[in-house]
Design a protein around this ligand. Structure first.
Ligand SMILES: Nc1nc2c(c(=O)[nH]1)N[C@H]1C(S)=C(S)[C@@H](COP(=O)(O)O)O[C@H]1N2
Ligand SMILES: [Mo]
Length: 246
């Protein structure tokens, strides 16, 4: 797939044929992940990109809309020796390495991240298990961090890993989206352990499972089909769509 047609896919200015999804040209990186089952996922992804081209922000709410109960799900207190040590010192020793296809690989402490420009957003979280809740999240826009380390032109995806073994990947459209933040605060407080302390991702236009908790590292890559079973994320290996747009 050419750079031009990929860019068209991302900006939504071309049809699906132009994007190579239906044509005979080399498959885009996304569909290299794909089994026949995943072709619908690829189509949904392209159609969403096209439909969302003029309305890229999700709705943000006022403080009165914040849910009194926000469920916690799956991992709520990672059973990892390093995590426990770090938790005992309020994550003062915690650092987030940002590596891969970047000009200036670096590692950032919680204090480093808190010193960066912050964004607060009150949004609706929807879990694939059938519940939704509204909360306010505060953190540094991922785009800011990526600009700081300098994405190399070959970078196409951002891979995130968590202390409990969860991992996922995001295309640059979502990674650089203004509402994609690395959150260290929730509803005006420090992010609670159960919700992913010290740092979780918020990817607001996809289902909750893309918003990884307990982040341990971030890596910029040019393709994701060499990772794990080649499906782009842990949840995709379990049968959920890699692209979970809502
Ligand atoms: N590392 C990690 N990230 C995760 C999960 C998890 O178990 N581990 N659960 C996911 C799912 S399915 C959802 S709905 C949200 C839940 O976030 P919450 O526990 O703050 O409600 O986190 C997502 N991110
Ligand atoms: Mo979920």
């Amino acid at each position: 797939m050419t750079e031009l047609s990929r860019r068209r896919l991302l900006t939504g200015s071309a049809g699906l044929v132009g994007a190579g999804l239906l044509g005979g040209c080399e498959a885009p990186s996304l569909s290299r992940l794909a089994t026949p089952y995943d072709w619908s996922n690829g189509l949904t992804f392209a159609v969403q990109r096209w439909l969302l081209r003029n309305q890229p922000l999700v709705r943000e709410f006022g403080p009165e809309a914040i849910s009194s109960v926000f469920p916690t799900i799956n991992t709520t207190d990672p059973d990892d020796p390093g995590y426990r040590t770090s938790k005992a010192v309020a994550f003062a020793d915690w650092k987030l390495p940002v590596t891969g296809l970047v000009e200036r690989p670096d590692a950032f402490s919680l204090a480093d991240l808190k010193a960066m420009p912050a964004r607060t957003q009150i949004t609706l979280h929807s879990c694939e298990q059938g519940w939704s809740a509204i909360a306010g999240w505060t953190g540094v826009p991922l785009a800011h961090l990526l600009a700081k380390v300098g994405l190399k032109p070959e970078a196409r995806f951002i891979v995130m890993r968590s202390v409990d073994g969860w991992w996922d990947s995001y295309d640059l459209f979502d990674a650089l989206h203004p509402q994609t933040i690395l959150a260290y605060g929730m509803n005006g407080q420090d992010l609670p352990i159960a919700h992913g302390a010290p740092l979780r991702l918020r990817v607001e236009r996809q289902l909750g499972y893309k918003s990884l908790k307990y982040l341990t590292r971030i890596e910029a890559v040019d393709r994701v089909d060499g990772l794990g079973k080649g499906r782009g994320s842990m949840v995709a290996e379990l049968g959920f769509p890699w692209y979970a747009g809502i």
